[in-house]
Design a protein around this ligand. Structure first.
Ligand SMILES: [Zn+2]
Length: 818
């Protein structure tokens, strides 16, 4: 019998193995600028740190510890405080509405410090009556025991995982994973990747003598692939090839059953059925960069998410499955376990639920089955190949359609994977190389307060310019007032700023405080209109400070006008924040309808910077939006709280039916709620309230009066939605039809199809099912339909690009199965 194959997940925030922490995190005191700060206070640390030179391939400040280590490593109170911090951050990270306050790297640093303290003082762990942090940290790992933990032999550590996860109440049933979903060991240096490669080679050589399976394979190869910053999910498909169950990673051995949400969620990159069932597919649920921007842009800041990962995690656990589809989730598969062999030549494999012979094979089968293909991956034979791949991805990272936080390197051959096995936490045959964030230290010159179109006051840090990771940084996000409180920020403080990938820079620590605590951090009145502010709760329960002067506040008016013309809404070119400011200053625009009253002459004579050509251009683009924009865009433009593009499309269907009496004739509240139930009762009520507002009714009336005539959705076309899909082309990730079996797929037809179907019939049919027929074969094509016996340029191109070719019969089946 073969040993059980443990699987893994590349989800973020895996535990750091203690030995790795102690031996391989480079010291970097320059960031903290405080000489007494040391990474770890073990007696060998300084020697280790100085011997280990930073790698050119990574940012030299790479794995810097950002929680300063002070003179209190022997302070038990400090130990307890930090332990509490770890637990708090776990809650924030793994909670039902995830809202982490610190980066993964910061978290890893914090955990590292606590673990180091536990090493020095195992008695503290005993005294606390809890398990050592090295064992219990992270809900995902809470049941797993560390072989390195100083508390492993401590009887008090025998606490069931149920105890550790008890605080998480959920409506989703808990389900046991067929094979544990382990984390990957995180590394931040290339040297650790090199060490990993050596370990694998050594293990394989020593195993080869004993085990026959490897006799034929004299080489070991690796697969390097992208580490998507998403949420791990296991999908079970039955023998009919239907998706049967979707389980979150949970604590690794047991996750939550989110099947209903996955089925309702129109998740891109998930085929409607597969031909290799029964099988289990694992991967990451994520939101592409573009979709995330759209989601936040359209949702408004009340409901906005701090990053795509949180948005994806929160979306999977929405209580209303219908709402999940509006979150634009995608799925990238990276693991496949099958019950029957691919070729049928290996009876051994068929019993192990593990049949692809290599990771490369698994990736190509997944692609053939219609899963979103891994955009970049490579089979590597030497360590240098891996380094080359890392370099390539680092330099092209910004062009990827989704956020990644590193590279995963796996042993390619599953036989070798099995031989190497796993520790209790990690597979020994894989490692995650995480991209380190860049840091810089600068002075906080001021905290400024921005007022959004909904009146929400957002604090922003104004910084003395500093170069971080090649960019000049002058602003950093502060999220909310609690964040200022947490950091104890004061103008003049020396602060550590983190910049990671495309994420907006953020302040993560105060390095030197000016100590002047007299200045109040929370404004008493609106910084723009000076009216009083009120606290209110937002979606995740955190309090928000808001300017209540909705109509009179210039900042809100400016925000609403900019939003109205924005790409997400009426999509009027040349009307950005600067132009809107000028128009407001000149008294030309105060409500959206005023845009349509602008005249070229007035612009030229009254507004600085406008000449004949620019004035005409502006007026033309405004005018052309008058009668051409679909109703859903008009609804987005009105800025209904909590309503993004997808919800607007649903809403448009209902509004269109009552268009004659719009906006006052949308029915009484109960009828309304009934009709727009798909949005969820809470949202439906908010929308009802919005349309009951006198100011809103007046805004709409004025717009209709100046001739704005939205295009109403026709009864059975997908025109409106396709519009979004085209706009969203760059990321390739948006369903044109939320429920169709061909959703989001791009299909190219080569030659005749037969079956009495004309090309036009097929185009229409495919569109109905949510797909699209395009003319040219490109990397984005999902499959090409062709009579294989006839050669064509399209077919040759498809073969070159490795794109799946289906026969007309297969297409017929796909179209017929709707
Ligand atoms: Zn105001």
């Amino acid at each position: 019998m073969m040993p059980l194959t443990l699987s893994y997940t590349s989800s973020s925030r895996a535990l750091i193995c203690l030995s790795f922490l102690v031996s391989s995190v480079p010291l970097n005191s320059s960031i903290r600028g405080v000489q007494s700060c040391r990474w770890l206070r073990g007696k060998n640390d300084t020697r280790r740190a100085t011997r280990r030179k930073p790698l050119g391939i990574d940012h030299p400040r790479g794995a810097a510890q950002v929680i300063p280590v002070r003179e209190d490593d022997d302070n038990e109170g400090e130990y307890r405080r930090l332990r509490g911090e770890v637990e708090r951050h776990d809650e924030l990270y793994y909670g039902d509405e995830p809202a982490p306050e610190i980066s993964d790297q910061e978290y890893d640093g914090l955990v590292g410090r606590v673990m180091a303290m536990e090493m020095r003082h195992p008695e503290w762990v005993m005294a606390s009556g809890k398990r050592g942090i090295s064992e219990s940290v992270g809900h995902a790992h809470s049941h797993l025991r560390s072989p390195l933990s100083p508390t492993q032999s401590n009887p008090s550590s025998q606490i069931s995982s149920a105890t550790l996860t008890r605080s998480r109440t959920t409506k989703f049933p808990q389900v046991q994973h067929s094979v544990p979903m382990l984390s990957l060991m995180n590394t931040y240096s290339i040297e650790d990747v090199e060490a990993f490669v050596k370990r694998v080679e050594k293990a394989a050589v020593s195993a080869r003598d004993a085990v026959t399976e490897l006799e034929n394979s004299s080489t070991i190869s690796f697969v390097a692939e992208l580490k998507v910053d998403g949420v791990a999910l296991a999908l079970k498909w039955n023998d009919a090839g239907e998706l049967q169950q979707a389980i979150t990673r949970g604590n690794g051995s047991e996750g939550e059953d989110v099947t209903e949400n996955v089925l309702a969620g129109a998740i891109q990159g998930l085929p409607s059925s597969i031909t290799i069932g029964p099988a289990e597919v694992r991967g990451e649920v994520f939101i592409s960069k573009r979709d995330f921007a759209l989601l936040n842009q359209a949702a408004g800041e009340l409901n906005s998410f701090s990053n795509p990962r949180n948005a994806a995690a929160g979306s999977l656990k929405l209580l209303d499955p219908n709402l999940v589809a509006s979150r634009r989730l995608s799925f990238l598969a990276y693991d496949l376990m099958m019950a029957r062999p691919v070729t049928g030549d290996s009876p051994q494999r068929s019993s192990s639920f593990d049949s692809p012979s290599s990771q490369a094979e698994a990736l190509s089968i997944l692609r053939e089955q219609g899963f979103l293909p891994m955009p970049e991956w490579a089979v590597c034979h030497f360590c240098s190949d891996i380094l080359e791949f890392v370099q390539k991805i680092k330099s092209s990272r910004a062009n990827l359609p989704f956020e990644i936080d590193g590279i995963v390197v796996k042993v390619n051959e599953r036989g070798t994977q099995r031989l190497m096995g796993s520790t209790s936490k990690f597979p020994r045959w894989a490692v995650a190389f995480k991209f380190a964030a860049d840091f810089g230290t600068t002075r906080l010159s001021d905290i400024i307060f921005q007022v959004s179109r909904n009146g929400i006051i957002t604090p922003v840090a104004s910084l003395e310019p500093v170069a971080i990771g090649g960019a000049r940084i002058t602003r950093a996000t502060l999220h909310n007032f609690a964040e200022i409180e947490r950091l104890g920020l004061q103008s003049g403080d020396l602060v550590v700023v983190e910049r990671s990938g495309d994420v907006i820079p953020k302040i993560i620590a105060v390095e030197g405080s000016v100590g002047d605590k007299t200045h109040s951090k929370i404004p008493n009145s609106c910084p723009v209109c000076n009216s009083t502010l009120e606290w209110d709760g937002n979606a995740s329960g955190r309090t928000t400070l808001r300017c209540m002067n909705r109509l009179g506040c210039a900042a809100q008016a400016h925000g609403r006008l900019v939003h109205f013309a924005s790409k997400a809404a009426m999509d009027i070119s040349h009307v950005g924040p600067a132009v809107v400011s000028k128009l407001i200053d000149r008294g030309l625009v105060s409500e959206p309808a005023d845009f349509y009253r602008l005249k070229e002459e007035t612009l030229i004579s009254h507004v600085e910077g406008f000449k004949e050509k620019s004035a005409r251009r502006l007026v033309t683009s405004i005018t052309s939006s008058r009668g051409t924009r679909p109703l859903w865009r008009f609804l987005v433009a009105l800025g209904i709280p909590g309503i993004g593009q997808v919800a607007s499309q649903q809403l448009a269907t209902f509004v269109a039916k009552h268009w004659e009496r719009f906006p006052t004739g949308l029915g009484e509240e109960p009828e309304w709620i009934e009709n727009v139930q798909r949005m969820g009762p809470k949202t439906a009520r908010a929308v009802f309230d919005f349309f009951s507002d006198r100011g809103v009714i007046q805004t709409i009336d004025s717009l209709l009066a100046v001739g704005v005539a939205p295009v109403l959705p026709s009864s059975h076309s997908n025109e409106n939605i396709t519009d979004v899909a085209e706009w969203n082309e760059g990321s390739r990730i948006y369903p044109e039809n939320q429920s169709g079996s061909l959703r989001g797929l791009r299909i190219v037809i080569s030659g005749e199809i037969g079956f009495g179907l004309t090309r036009k019939d097929i185009v229409v049919k495919v569109k109905e099912l949510g797909g699209r027929v395009t003319d040219t074969v490109s990397k984005r094509t999902d499959f090409v339909v062709s009579n294989l016996d006839r050669d064509s340029a399209k077919l040759r191109r498809a073969r070159e690009l490795g794109i799946r070719v289906v026969t007309p019969e297969e297409l017929q089946k796909l179209l017929g199965s709707a």
